[in-house]
Write a protein that binds this ligand. Sequence first.
Ligand code: HEM
Length: 452
Amino acid sequence: MRIRIGASTFFVVSNATIAKEIFKTHDISFSSRYESGPSAYNIYRGTGFITGPYGAYYRFMRKLCATELFAGPQMDRYNKLREQEIERLLKSLMKSSREGKPCDLGLELAAMANNLTFRMIMNKRFCENNGSEAKRMRDSIVEIMELATKFGINELFGFLNKIDLFGNGKNLKDAMWRYDELIEEIMKGYEENEMNDRENEDKDMMDILLETYRDPDAEVKLTRNQIKHFLLELFMASVDSTSAAVQWAIAELINHPDVFKKLRDEIKSIVGSSRLVKESDVPKLPYLQAVVKESLRLHPPGPIIHRQCTNDCKINGYDIKAKTKTLINIHAIMRDPEVWKEPNEFIPERFVVNFSDQMNDRDDQMEMRGQDFSYIPFGGGRRGCSGVSLAYTVMHATIGAFVQCFDWKVKGGEKVDINVGLGFAGAMAIPLICYPITRFDPFLAYLPDQAF
Ligand code: HEM
């Protein structure tokens, strides 16, 4: 399907067969993105990694992310950080529980995900100032994202896009300069303390970025703006998506008490009643994995993927010209009634291997979905999400702990309203405000009569 918005024409993909052509058959032709949204007011315009074209700079940074942040040894290295941040979050929720106060789950989860991203990149800085810079970073990025969503269609694509009539462009630029000031201060702190000269094991991502920036023989010469833009994009890609994904899962669990109970029983049978569920328990918790998968199917943060075709090609018999902007509607693909039985229902069982009532008489749904591109919450091809293993790890550990430790009561009602709001991350329209009621406190010495 083609749609026109303002002066731009978009090629819109809403089924798995065509998604496969984009992500597999023509992967290389669709491996670029275009700068979407109010890019005219982006002070780092043209230096994007996530929003950038598929070229030498992109490939260099993707490799750096893979080796320094997401590879198996790095994931292991950051295990302690993840445990600490989840424990910090649980303690905050237990405090709300003791005081009988409601909590804004989205804010709590975003703070956790933000700390995690900050610590994976700049852990030394986090430890030195007790997380206060991470908080400033979050505030700055929230401000930028809120301002970026204020633009109307006409300001982005229509006749107003050159004249900033409502001042949205100026406000966005000012907010970006405030981010620039903060990140520059952090980078200077690293440079002044020469932290980056320490032994290899102590290096964090910021050390490596600055080292590459200074190295005249580096494979790719990084600029300061590229580093700043890269970090901004990484925070934007990781924090709100993870927070939204966990919130949606908890919302569905609250609305489906039978699923909630089944999951809690599974955790109890595998983990017991004396300790908190851990990342290493997850392979033995198939129902937890199924709950996470099903929630991502129904509520993918980032429901529309943006790509740009770099050369003329033929897709499903249609000629697609080079530079065509392409939108892949993964929300529609993962609810396609041709593929999914009861597509709008929350049924984690569909992801449990050997589930007797297999959909569409196919015995190998789990495998097939990877092949036929009907299950793509993290996109696909060479530009699929780099943080997928981290995202799954954090989701499993957080949702497992939430179900193990708390009962949840929704403020002002029995059920959670599951409408989608505005914004980049497919977040909930109405913030998830709820009362956590502690059922199991892993920070107390074990008491045999604890309810869990
Ligand atoms: C549940 C959480 C998350 C979801 C659902 C999600 C989903 C996505 C999607 C749909 C894309 C676009 C993929 C495409 O174009 O095919 C993407 C890109 C990306 N995501 Fe995630 N993401 C999540 C968490 C994270 C985290 C935690 C990180 C990093 C810490 C991350 C880093 C990235 C990056 C760097 C890209 C751009 C990849 C590239 O252009 O090569 N994401 N993500």
